[in-house]
Design a protein around this ligand. Structure first.
Ligand SMILES: NC(=O)c1ccc[n+]([C@@H]2O[C@H](COP(=O)([O-])OP(=O)(O)OC[C@H]3O[C@@H](n4cnc5c(N)ncnc54)[C@H](O)[C@@H]3O)[C@@H](O)[C@H]2O)c1
Length: 437
């Protein structure tokens, strides 16, 4: 029996009035509840977008009324996830590459999550902001200096924010290190090493079974650069107060010759496969040295084609001590129990646990993705500044284009644009700053 039938069948005006009141209250409460739940649209629901969609439901009580993907099967798969989460079937936008424009015309979306191939990140994020909708976009948010400026100029002009979904910045260990840095345990941080060593050759760049090019393959064929710098550099920005007290000023990059892609094809598919015979621009390992205005240095390794287990090799060195992620170790002068000997990092991770991790992680990538989305949703719903700074988002991403330019010019240092236009000197740190209790 629905509400109307129930009222019609109820005997007596008094009872009917009382019930009408309580029904109205219930409807009002539902509407309030409805308004409280953020409405999130998804653009791109392939591997990453699907993981984010599942994690989004675990992270917050959201509604997903709209999904866009130019592959209908992907959009349908995502719609089934939404329905499985007890919501009405979302409207799907699947007709061609620009269907997202129709979706962005809706006026009921509080934010969109963009997880499409790289070349779409700038236009989709810019057009979201122009339509007044906050965007969270996958990594890297742009591939060139011009793309980065377009994002910054649009957000400054429209007043609509965007954020890059750089998830490794939210890792439990990296946030504990950030709290230790801010507590002054390492003294002044002078140098950081980091890497993105992630062998993606046989499932992300090329099809596992056939060796066919997937969309990221194009970049290995055409460019020689750090294709994916944000996972390595992400946490480093806040450790070094980049864009809030210091800034990256120059990058010098060098690349090995390109061997391992051809070697992969030869091993897996034999000498006659087109992948074996083709020439690739991308070197196997790219090493970049970044200098900061305050005289600090960062070494970044890009390494995504060689056979190996996953690794980030974060190492942070300050005037009072050192943290080494690979060793899971810390050494602090005059504090560590044994002279020049590592002590375990775990007790520090617990002591300096970031408040975002107090209730544990959520969703994919060891719980990191849910923490990131929860922070994003909370900021959108309270109209607060988004957790990851716009300037940090572009500073990490611009390494793609700048490293390529440096390599092509014989490793000469290339200047970083100052996206903050001088504000880095006076801006206060923003990312993951603990609230004072
Ligand atoms: N942060 C992380 O941990 C992480 C992990 C994996 C991928 N990523 C990033 O996520 C993004 C997507 O990567 P992926 O591995 O999911 O790729 P994918 O190919 O699996 O998914 C991309 C999806 O976008 C859709 N798409 C392409 N063009 C479109 C358009 N014009 N309009 C609408 N939909 C379109 C495709 O149909 C596909 O479903 C990339 O930027 C990648 O770098 C991030």
């Amino acid at each position: 029996m629905d509400r109307r039938d129930f009222l019609k069948n109820s005997a007596g005006a008094g009872l009917s009035l009382a019930i009408t009141d309580s029904v109205h209250q219930q409807v009002k409460a539902e509407k309030l509840q409805d308004r409280k739940a953020l409405r999130i649209g998804f653009i791109g629901v392939g591997g990453r977008g699907t993981a984010l969609l599942n994690t989004a439901f675990a992270a917050a009580s959201i509604k997903v009324p709209a999904i866009c993907d130019n592959q209908k099967a992907h959009a349908e798969r995502a719609a089934a996830i939404v329905v499985k989460n007890g919501q009405p079937r979302p409207q799907l936008y699947t007709e061609g590459d620009y269907a997202y424009r129709e979706m962005l015309k809706r006026d009921d979306l509080d934010a969109v999550i963009i997880a499409t191939p790289w070349r779409w990140h700038v236009p989709m994020t810019v057009e979201s902001m122009q339509q007044g909708t906050t965007a969270a976009v996958e990594v890297p948010c742009a591939l060139s200096v011009e793309g980065c400026w377009e994002l910054i100029n649009t957000t400054e002009k429209t007043g609509v924010p965007f954020m890059m979904l750089e998830n490794w910045s939210y890792r439990k260990d990296n946030l504990a290190v950030l709290n230790m840095v801010r507590a002054g345990l390492f003294g002044e941080i002078m140098h950081v090493h980091c890497a993105h060593s992630h062998d993606c050759i046989d499932h992300w760049f090329f099809d596992k079974k056939t060796g066919k090019d997937l969309w990221p393959a194009e970049y290995l064929i055409k460019y020689n650069r750090d294709q994916y710098p944000t996972h390595s550099v992400g946490p480093v920005l806040s450790w070094l107060d980049i864009n809030c007290g210091d800034r990256f000023v120059s990058i010098s990059s060098t690349a090995t010759a390109s061997r391992s892609i051809n070697d992969h094809f030869l091993r897996r598919f034999g000498p006659d496969h087109p992948g074996t015979k083709r020439t690739y621009a991308q070197g196997d390992i790219v090493t970049s040295t970044i200098k900061t205005a305050q005289g600090k240095t960062v070494i970044v390794n890009y390494d995504m084609q060689m056979p190996r287990p996953y690794d980030n090799r974060w190492l942070l060195q300050g005037t009072h001590g050192v943290y080494n992620e690979q060793r899971d170790g810390v050494y602090l002068v005059d504090q560590s129990p044994k002279f020049h000997q590592w002590e375990p990092f775990k007790p520090y991770e617990e002591k300096y646990l970031h408040s975002w991790w107090k209730e544990g992680g959520l969703g994919t990538h060891g719980g990191v993705d849910g923490i990131q989305l929860k922070q994003f949703f909370e900021a959108v719903s309270h109209k607060n500044t988004l957790p990851l700074d716009i300037y940090d988002s572009v500073t990490m991403s611009v390494i793609v284009g700048l490293s390529g330019e440096s390599i092509s010019k014989g490793s000469v240092p290339i200047e970083f644009p100052d996206f903050t236009k001088g504000k880095w000197k006076t801006r206060a740190p923003h990312f993951a700053v603990e609230k004072k209790v």
